[in-house]
Design a protein around this ligand. Structure first.
Ligand SMILES: [Zn+2]
Length: 257
């Protein structure tokens, strides 16, 4: 953008010079120069429009989303009853797809756990606490517009299924974001069991004051959910829908709705 301003500054100089020399020039040259001046003015106007749009776009792209793939390393989380798939692997896969969705929408994305490894350093006593504290540090370092922690659920009663989004009761923005994502998930054709956003007393929600949610994408204790959750197609659908719900929350905040 700075380059554009320097270039348009040059055009201004040329337009001023045009006025001074006009009297000495032939009619043909006057027409050519007049056309040039009109073109320069037009270029300046179009440039200003492009600049305004780019500024709006970059205003959005400066927003950072922290995506937190739950578990990792020696902590695989829960395990699918039928396939034995580890929750940590599904979480990472959905998180990566979610990153693509947000980046394509112009956001900056930070992953707390970008690989299969945990964040605890050596797998010694207290690893879980170190892992969680590192996630909290990453959130605070990035001052995000939203934090989305990705998990998979498990329940002793295998009929229980569907996506559930958790929020921190004392954080209104966490609640609003959770409702927005839950609404988007409930609208999925694959959603056979709708849920309300739910209060949750979890470290990842309590460790920061940014709009943070935990998305439990489905139940690995339910055969139908598990069959969906292990496929890349469904993981991508989840990523699209979670991203859409988050953007709806951010857009509502931007317009003061
Ligand atoms: Zn989990």
């Amino acid at each position: 953008m700075r380059r554009f301003f320097r270039a348009s500054g040059g055009k201004f100089v040329r337009i001023a010079a045009y006025n001074i020399c006009m009297k000495k020039l032939s009619a043909k040259h006057r027409i050519l120069l007049a056309c040039g001046a009109v073109a320069a003015a037009l270029a300046f106007t179009v440039g200003m429009c492009v600049y305004a749009l780019a500024r709006t776009a970059s205003g959005i792209s400066r927003m950072t989303i922290v995506i937190d793939a739950g578990h990792g390393g020696i902590d695989g989380g829960v395990v699918g009853r039928k396939t034995g798939t580890k929750e940590s692997d599904i979480n990472l896969s959905v998180s990566r797809l979610l990153q693509t969705e947000f980046e394509e929408a112009g956001f900056l994305v930070v992953q707390t756990r970008p690989t299969e490894a945990g964040l605890y350093g050596a797998a010694t006593a207290g690893y879980k606490k170190r892992d969680m504290q590192r996630r909290a540090e990453i959130i605070h370092e990035n001052a995000p517009a939203a934090v989305i922690s990705v998990h998979q659920n498990f329940f002793p009663v295998s009929s229980r299924r569907g996506a559930q989004v958790f929020f921190r009761e004392t954080n209104e923005l966490s609640h609003t974001l959770a409702c927005s994502i839950q609404t988007a998930l409930n609208e999925m054709p694959e959603c056979v069991e709708r849920s309300e956003a739910l209060k949750g007393d979890y470290y990842m929600l309590n460790c920061n004051d940014y709009p943070s949610v935990i998305v439990e994408c489905g139940f690995l204790s339910n055969a139908a959910d598990e069959a969906l959750l292990v496929t890349r197609e469904y993981q991508k659908r989840l990523a699209e829908v979670i991203c859409r719900g988050t953007i709806a929350f951010l857009a509502a905040g931007a317009t003061g709705d």
